[in-house]
Design a protein. Structure first.
Length: 473
């Protein structure tokens, strides 16, 4: 919540708990189709035919209606071709896109924020590498016929030559990376017949997205312009995998020409061994983005023609950034965040998992129970996702539970809105003290941070030396 005299107003927390018309029905249709992929579409049974029909019914009022109805019928009869699988993937993606739009509109109504209507895109080469796209689509259709319970190492290995041929081409790297990661997950789960638990939604997400990316023009590049002005960091979202890590800085950008402030993101990623965890992650990321130092120091950054996409992603270039004046994140959240305009989301990125709305909450009551931490905001319960708080910083669930103000990302997961904390303010010896998840991003003098850095330094040093020896060979 932001005081009215500082440019904001009370967050409508009730909007986050009110039912959204059509939401349950759309998700039920998606879930029904996802279950269809578990057993596969080589010889569909009555339950699968029902799931396919429900998907077709869900888009009956859209331009996809005729093609999806035909695809559902052909697939239920076991006679589906590639075009039919593409239509089904498109229908599923469209339904999740509508869910994304409805939830995002609800979240932004709750925080009182505006958004652009359309994202800009640059033209893509629709006829580029048609044979490789077709090969990828053929493999994905074979997966759908086999189903997740029918996968084996021979089937999954069919992606390898396609990925190898795609990776050298920058225009195909997005699809190649998706296929490579998807195939690796499937390979680790083979044989599918012995799987006790199938990540049904996740694999269906990856499958449908990959199918659409094989189409000419589907992977249109976002339009890029130059951003000149002042960048005010809000916080860092760390996403960690066994072999990779990414830090995404959420910020408010104030254009030098006096235009409206915009919500933007800047991301940096790095491969990592599974032995590097906690504060050691920053040592892998720091060399690639000076913005992390500004986050730790609580400073603004002056940008000079920094490339920014039509979705609000800064394509970070250290040569176009210069450290600016001190800029405390909570001050930014109280003054600049309420009037900042969000960029639109690209069509293929419209998915509920992508929702991450920066918000500042104050004056809440903290509740703790067996389900974790929650905030009572204007009489409404808002769950706090402390599992997303990274171990690479001083912010912990205990610190969140003792807070009086929280700067975070409003997300949607498992059927409800959640708050992911990026930073909190709490009272220590009658003074407000801010604790940030990304406080150690650029280095720290904090005792706990220094100890964690020291423990990680030797491991990172040894790994770099070994990598250097391998490269010299």
């Amino acid at each position: 919540m932001v005081p009215d005299d500082e440019g904001g107003g009370l967050m409508r927390a009730d909007l986050l708990t009110d039912a959204v018309d059509g939401l349950d029905e759309a998700l039920a249709a998606v879930d029904g189709f996802d279950e269809v992929l578990v057993a596969g579409l080589l010889r569909p049974g009555p339950a699968q035919a029902s799931g396919l029909a429900a998907l077709a019914d869900a888009v009956a009022g859209s331009p996809l209606a005729a093609r999806v109805a035909e695809a559902a019928g052909k697939t239920a009869a076991g006679a589906a071709g590639e075009d039919h699988f593409v239509a089904l993937a498109a229908a599923r993606t469209a339904l999740l896109g509508s869910v994304h739009d409805a939830l995002l509109q609800r979240a932004e109504e709750a925080v009182g924020r505006a958004r652009d209507g359309e994202s800009g895109t640059a033209a893509a080469d629709g006829e580029h590498a048609v044979n490789l796209r077709a090969a990828a689509r053929s493999w994905l259709c074979d997966l759908a016929r086999a189903g997740w319970h029918g996968i084996d190492h021979e089937l999954v290995a069919g992606a390898a030559p396609v990925v190898s041929a795609m990776l050298p081409d920058p225009a195909l790297r997005r699809l190649a990376t998706l296929l490579d990661g998807f195939a690796a997950e499937l390979a680790a789960s083979c044989p599918g017949a012995s799987l006790e638990h199938v990540p049904v939604r996740r694999w269906a997400d990856l499958w449908s997205r990959a199918v659409l990316l094989t189409l000419p023009g589907a992977a249109s590049a976002p339009a890029v312009t130059g951003a000149t002005g002042r960048l005010l960091p809000l916080g860092v979202d760390v996403q960690e995998h066994a072999t990779a890590v990414q830090a995404q800085v959420h910020a408010v950008f104030e254009p030098a020409d006096g235009g409206p402030a915009r919500l933007v993101r800047a991301s940096v990623s790095a491969p990592k061994p599974d032995t590097v965890v906690g504060a050691g992650l920053w040592q892998l990321l720091r060399p690639h983005m000076s913005l992390l130092a500004a986050v730790s120091e609580g400073r603004a950054v002056d940008l000079d023609a920094m490339p920014v996409t039509g979705e609000g992603d800064l394509l970070w270039d250290d040569a176009r950034a210069r450290a600016g004046e001190p800029a405390e994140a909570f001050a930014t959240a109280r003054v600049a965040l309420p009037v900042a305009v969000a960029f639109a989301t690209a069509p293929l990125d419209r998915h509920p998992a992508r929702i991450a709305v920066p918000v500042l909450l104050e004056g809440y009551a903290v509740e703790e129970d067996e389900d974790g931490v929650a905030f009572r905001v204007a009489g409404q319960r808002l769950a706090v996702d402390t599992d997303r708080v990274p171990a690479a910083g001083p912010l912990t669930a205990e610190v969140v539970a003792s807070s009086g103000a929280c700067l975070g990302l409003l997300r949607w997961d498992a059927g409800e809105f959640l708050l992911q904390p990026l930073a909190v303010e709490r009272t220590v010896r009658k003074k407000a003290v801010a604790v940030h998840a990304g406080a150690w991003a650029g280095g720290t003098a904090d005792k706990a941070g220094v100890r964690a850095e020291k423990a990680a330094t030797d491991a990172v040093k040894v790994l770099r030396e070994r990598a250097g020896k391998l490269l010299r060979k």
